[in-house]
Design a protein around this ligand. Structure first.
Ligand SMILES: [Zn+2]
Length: 305
């Protein structure tokens, strides 16, 4: 079964491969739409004009495995357990993660960490901006998981250390440190989101192969800083430690069991709030109302969700 969702000017073709599933087609489409809206809210628009989402039913429960490709304008394959329930889709992060990959140019293998790092760091923020997740949840998750991105013994920098931790969380740590540094240098007027939107607006989506240095330069131009280029030159060939404990403290984030307590009087509390505050832009406001669901499987009717 194939349906098409419209998010702004972008067409999202959703193809569900054959296999009995507990989830209805409408529930699957709602899941795709929520992920698409989160990404479109963060970037101001959906990253590519057309993409195909191929949902592959597999044994078991839950969203299992996603992959994103740059060919044919963009293709995401994602495996969903046949026993999956709608509530599991509501808490899913994986499809949003895959869709974030559409928003950044394809890199050479040694820079895979930046592709994964952006997807890991942006995914929860995009879902918070779209009111699908709380900021407390994201900070609790980052406090627990960011240490996995720190350099371990024998590390040779992000371009030369291809472990799982350094690829996913090392890349996310790069994004987080860059976000904070851009905010410091711009009196909290700009952040990583501005840089990433700039790269996308310069044409850097997944269908194009770019040099990393060029992408970072485009991002820096949007913030009027050299934060991304400077951080990359420091981190690419050697291990650089980050004092996470001090960062959490300055941002006003304290562990509280499995959750966190957020302090509003911390020195960088305003930066922390700015990271998770949706951007008030005309484009972002236009995303949600213009999301139209045009399902060919639903009696050929066009209905607004
Ligand atoms: Zn990924």
């Amino acid at each position: 079964m194939t349906s098409t969702l419209l998010i702004g000017d972008s067409k999202i073709d959703v193809k569900v491969e054959s296999g009995e599933m507990k989830l209805s087609h409408t529930e699957l489409l709602h899941w795709v739409q929520s992920a698409a809206e989160a990404v479109a809210t963060y970037y101001g628009r959906y990253p590519v004009p057309r993409v195909q989402i191929r949902i592959i039913p597999v044994d078991g429960s839950g969203v299992r495995h996603g992959q994103t490709f740059g060919y044919d304008g963009g293709l995401i394959k994602i495996r969903v357990g046949k026993q999956t329930q709608a509530v599991e889709l509501a808490n899913d992060w994986m499809l949003t993660h895959e869709m974030v990959h559409l928003s950044f140019p394809s890199m050479a293998d040694e820079h895979h960490w930046i592709e994964e790092g952006i997807a890991v760091y942006v995914e929860p923020i995009a879902r918070i901006h779209a009111k699908q997740m709380s900021a407390e949840q994201m900070w609790a998750d980052l406090m627990r998981d960011m240490p996995k991105g720190l350099p371990q013994e024998g590390d040779r920098g992000l371009d030369h250390t291809h472990s799982w931790g350094r690829t996913y969380w090392g890349g996310a740590l790069f994004c987080f440190v860059a976000d904070v540094e851009i905010r410091k240098q711009t009196h909290n007027q700009k952040g990583l989101q501005d840089a990433l939107r700039g790269i996308l607006e310069a044409g850097g989506d997944i269908t194009h192969d770019w040099e990393l240095a060029q992408a970072l330069k485009n991002g820096d131009q949007m913030t009027g800083t050299t934060v991304l280029s400077d951080l990359y030159s420091k981190w690419k060939d050697k291990p650089v430690n980050v004092d996470l404990a001090s960062l959490w403290k300055e941002l006003g984030i304290a562990a509280d069991g499995k959750s966190v307590r957020l302090a509003e009087d911390a020195p960088m509390a305003a930066m922390r709030r700015a990271i998770t505050a949706p951007r008030a832009s005309k484009q972002a406001e236009a995303v949600s109302p213009s999301a139209v669901f045009a399902g060919r499987s639903v009696a050929g009717s066009r209905s607004r969700l």
